[in-house]
Design a protein around this ligand. Structure first.
Ligand code: AKG
Length: 267
């Protein structure tokens, strides 16, 4: 039985829409702990740290930093995040996958539309990213999601090229390129949420998402994303080198349960 109980409406939203707002999931103490861990990541970048958006130096990201684990350990194991994942998955065990930090400032603008799963060698119903912003954000500057898009299709990656955000990283004749969601917004069922620190957005890693603009109204955004998976998750093959980028998980075979000692079981 999970220590976080969620209304049936929240569980339904995650299953059917691929995204759910969990207001006040994190207490002020947990928000502080997350902010400290985020600060550790920014001050101690790992091998995958980079600019999120090619052509600008105003969007930093880091992810899958093996040296950051200790800074996140308590949050991963003891915070309500893992409980919330378990509640959304009707009691499934929960494993932790990896952290990602974002720091957007100045003219960083929007994050292009994409699906995280297309960059990852994993598939399944039990995949979640918890998006935690340390700034209060109006709906207009929140991350945006295409409701229900986690149910498919899974498109190719985006290389976040500003001139054409649908250009993929992987060459593939079978996996379709992303649609230009931003250019055709009216054709998509897009949702976003106003959030305050402590509110958490949980989204399936296959849901199309983008936005979260930083501009003259919101000049800085510090965000932490923590990803977890549950029982219904399998290793998958992508048309190119896919994450999570830990050398020691390369032995996983497509189709087998996505389990590895690299990923601690937290519930
Ligand atoms: O916060 C952002 O701008 C991007 C977030 C994102 O794409 C993610 O957490 O997967």
């Amino acid at each position: 039985m999970s220590a976080v109980s969620l209304a049936a409406e929240k569980i339904r939203a995650f299953e059917q829409e691929g995204v759910v707002l969990l207001p006040g999931l994190l207490s002020p103490d947990w928000v502080d702990a997350c902010r400290q861990a985020w600060t550790f990541s920014v001050q101690n970048p790992g091998p995958l740290a980079s600019g999120l958006l090619p052509g600008t130096d105003s969007a930093f990201q880091d992810l899958c930093n093996p040296s950051a684990y200790a800074a996140y350990r308590e949050i991963i194991h003891d915070s309500p995040l893992a409980d919330a994942a378990q509640a959304l998955w009707n009691g499934s065990p929960v494993w932790y996958m990896y952290e990602q930090v974002f720091h957007k400032t100045g003219n960083a603008g929007r994050t292009p539309w994409h699906q995280d799963t297309s960059y990852l060698a994993v598939d399944g119903d039990h995949l979640i990213a918890f998006w935690i912003s340390f700034e209060s954000l109006p709906k207009s500057h929140g991350l945006e999601f295409v409701r229900g898009s986690h149910r498919g299709p899974l498109f190719n990656t985006s290389r976040f090229d500003r001139t054409d955000p649908t250009l993929p990283i992987f060459a593939s004749e079978t996996v379709p390129n992303l649609p230009d969601v931003e250019a055709r917004r009216r054709e998509f069922d897009i949702v976003s949420f106003a959030t305050n620190p402590g509110d958490v957005i949980g989204f399936h890693t296959s849901v199309l998402h983008g936005g979260g603009a930083v501009d003259r109204q919101i000049e800085e955004r510090r965000t932490l994303t923590l990803r977890f998976f549950g029982e219904r998750s399998i290793s998958a093959k992508r048309p190119g080198a896919a994450g999570p980028f830990y050398e020691d998980i390369r032995t996983l075979k497509p189709g087998e349960p996505f389990r590895h000692t690299r990923f601690p079981k937290v519930r």
